[in-house]
Design a binder for this molecule. Structure first.
Ligand code: RFL
Ligand code: PHB
Length: 406
């Protein structure tokens, strides 16, 4: 027997993109059903992003889930850059007219959104198997899946493909209709989460002769550190002791002295990739978040881009249902892509500048140091980093915004 479900929007994927979309649509009175392949605990167990832009904070507020973020999140008005053994501060607030970022983990964002969805009693199907998106080139798209040995079919007006890089939505689009742009970097990030106080009250991005490192955090008592490692490395090569020893070697004497080490509570290696899909809408199927694009994490843009896609998408769907206008739907892909390419450029540039590539020779290292030296001693250079890091405004690239703010 097949269970038949009818809704306005079927959301595939319950990561931050899908959950945030569900919440924004709910606020606007638009029905949505969510389908997720994994269990809620599995989704919450993935340790990922840590830095939220103002645009993302505003969206979480708009979705009615910002309270815990404002209470427990850490407002950061700058970060440090360490290269050639010296630390330099990028004063985000001073360089951008008072803008900050928020350090608040993706796990917490996801938990807040999940809780709000449960409290509102909105329909979600976790541990869905063999999810398929069908007929999205017609006015009657469908999502089909199996759960606990039974079949389900969702008849809907639109499908939101929020199912991440390895999802089925992008893969279901005919190859001739889609163009993919991709660059895979020849290294990964080895990440460690530990219940130790952060080495510094702000983040430290490190360019060292031994490769990139990042000192980040989740709270006053929980740290997140990353090391650039070859993609051929495996986790069994990296005991906690080996991790801390290598991190120490990439830090300056002050940070080395301040570093508190402890047992890791999570350890993983993430590949680094730049990837964009064009377009992001195929008939009545929209792609949003990592389903459509990936940035290397150096610029902290991935989750923030997912949030801005979702803002444009929820606006487009509100235009459709509340104003009977197709304008937002037609503009969706172009609006998203302009902002995405700007963030892709920044993430690629910042990654290239801060990491060592296997093909780099002595001159590349010196050139990168010289560029960093220039950037840290030029108001224009500092401002360029700061305004990209805090994120582009949402109306960037919209027809109304004839003059981009940056
Ligand atoms: P997600 O989070 O991958 O969620 C997709 C969801 O879809 C489900 N799914 C399916 N569901 C149904 N049917 C199927 N066939 C399905 N296939 C998959 C998956 O189970 C999952 O639950 O994508 P979303 O929502 O677009 O969110 C994107 C963000 O997760 C991602 O961009 C960020 O984590 C990237 N990122 C960072 N972003 C930032 O903005 N700031 C940061 O500081 C930052 N740091 C990071 C990062 C990513 C990292 N890794 C591990 C890649 C640091 C790291 C190390
Ligand atoms: C993190 O805390 O996980 C984090 C912070 C900044 C980045 C990437 C990841 O650029």
């Amino acid at each position: 027997m097949t269970h038949s479900i009818r809704t306005q929007v079927a959301i595939v994927g319950a990561g931050p993109a899908g959950l945030l979309l569900g919440q924004l649509l709910h606020k606007a009175g638009i029905d949505a059903v969510m389908v997720e392949r994994q269990s809620p605990d599995y989704v919450l167990g993935r340790i990922r992003a840590g830095v939220l832009e103002q645009v993302t904070m505003d969206l979480l507020d708009e979705a009615g889930v910002g309270a815990r973020m404002h209470r427990d999140g850490l407002v950061h008005s700058g970060f440090d850059m360490l290269f050639a053994g010296q630390r330099h501060r990028v004063d985000l607030a001073a360089l951008t007219g008072g803008q900050n970022v928020m350090v608040y983990g993706q796990t917490e964002v996801t938990r807040d959104l999940m809780d709000a969805r449960t409290q509102a009693g909105l329909p979600s199907y976790y541990e869905a198997q063999d999810v398929q998106v069908l007929d999205f080139d017609t006015d009657h798209p469908r999502v089909w899946f199996q759960k606990d040995g039974e079949s389900y079919e969702i008849a809907c007006d639109f499908i939101a493909g929020c199912d991440g890089f390895h999802g089925i939505c992008r893969a279901s689009v005919p190859r001739a209709a889609i163009k993919e742009f991709e660059k895979v970097y020849p290294f990964g990030w080895l990440g460690v989460l530990s219940d130790t106080p952060p080495v510094h009250h702000e983040l430290i991005y490190v360019n060292s002769e031994r490769g990139f490192a990042l000192c980040s955090q989740r709270s006053a008592t929980r740290s997140r550190y990353y090391l650039q490692v070859p993609m051929t490395d495996t986790l069994d090569q990296w005991s906690d002791d080996a991790f801390w020893a290598e991190l120490r070697l990439r830090l300056d004497p002050q940070a080395r002295a301040d570093l508190v080490t402890g047992a890791s509570i999570e350890k993983s290696i993430a590949p680094l990739r730049s990837f964009v899909t064009e377009p992001m809408r195929f008939g009545r199927l929209f792609l949003a978040g990592d389903a459509a694009h990936i940035v290397p994490p150096t610029g902290a843009k991935g989750l923030n881009l997912a949030a801005s896609d979702v803002k444009y998408l929820s606006q487009a769907l509100q235009d459709f249902y509340l104003e009977r206008s197709q304008a937002g739907i037609e503009a969706y892909s172009g609006r998203c892509l302009r902002r995405i390419w700007r963030a892709e450029r920044f993430s690629w540039w910042f990654t290239t500048l801060m990491h060592q590539f296997p093909t780099d020779t002595a001159i590349d290292a010196r050139l990168k140091e010289a560029e960093l030296d220039y950037l840290m001693h030029s108001q224009a250079g500092l401002r360029s980093i700061a305004e990209n890091y805090i994120g582009l405004p949402l109306n960037f690239g919209s027809p109304a915004a004839s003059t981009p703010a940056f």
